[in-house]
Design a protein around this ligand. Structure first.
Ligand code: ZN
Length: 245
């Protein structure tokens, strides 16, 4: 009899040890899921996407302006080439008719006027382009900065995860060891209650209070429990959890 009582009591004590490890495992898993660095990383990735979209928009405008600028510069270069050609012909000695020379000089003048207008337009595109180039540079810097922060966060998450997984493995090993001392049927009852009751299936009865639901048991119920033999499996009449005296 005393052996039976002893084993019943120790199996309930062992069940509480199992409960402690299960609670620790639940808390570790919760920490894995709710790691603050994870939501920080999510917010950062959202910011990265928005910076990338902004950069693409500004770069597109910048490229359009740069394209216009390059077109103007090409036209200016071509016009200057044309002047050089005419100039060369004028001073080659091959053209002697003054009317023709006059026409060439007039053409050079008109090309020069055109070049002057093109240069003004090219300057305007440069002015237009400058702030766009700056914005692209700023966004590139921002994007690099965010990438660096992202790397740090990912490293922190990996380190946290590794530490938590290590603790989880320890808790699970200790839990398995403690569960060896708990009869299968009792363990199954506990598991069912634990699933239904927010992770706590067994609790100690302390000074008349169930530590599972933190409610004090009525005096009549306490009297009844006291009269039960020690090996009897008791349940809290309020929350339904296994009570360990
Ligand atoms: Zn209770």
């Amino acid at each position: 009899m005393s052996d039976q009582v002893g084993s019943a009591m120790s199996s309930l004590e062992a069940l509480l040890v199992v409960q402690d490890h299960d609670t620790a495992v639940d808390q570790l898993r919760h920490r894995l899921r709710t790691m603050p660095e994870r939501s920080e990383l999510q917010a950062l990735e959202t910011q990265q996407r928005s910076v990338a979209v902004q950069r693409a928009e500004v770069a597109e405008r910048r490229d359009e302006v740069a394209g216009r600028q390059a077109g103007l510069e090409q036209t200016i270069a071509a016009s200057e080439g044309r002047i050089a050609e005419i100039d060369a012909r004028m001073y080659s000695g091959q053209v002697s008719a003054s009317r023709e020379l006059q026409a060439m000089a007039t053409e050079i003048d008109s090309i020069k006027q055109r070049i002057s207008r093109l240069e003004d337009a090219a300057l305007e595109t440069m002015d237009e382009r400058e702030p766009l180039d700056q914005t692209v540079e700023e966004l590139d810097r921002k994007s690099q900065e965010l990438a660096g922060e992202g790397e740090q966060l990912r490293a922190a998450i990996a380190a946290n995860e590794a530490a938590i997984h290590e603790q989880l493995a320890q808790e699970q090993e200790a839990r398995a060891e403690a569960a060896n001392a708990v009869p299968e049927e009792l363990l199954a009852t506990y598991e069912k209650l634990r699933t239904r009751l927010g992770g706590v299936g067994a609790a100690r009865l302390e000074h008349g209070t169930c530590m599972g639901c933190r409610l004090r048991l009525p005096a009549s119920e306490l009297d009844r429990l006291k009269r039960e033999p020690p090996e009897t499996l008791l349940f809290c009449e309020q929350c339904g959890r296994i009570l360990v005296r």
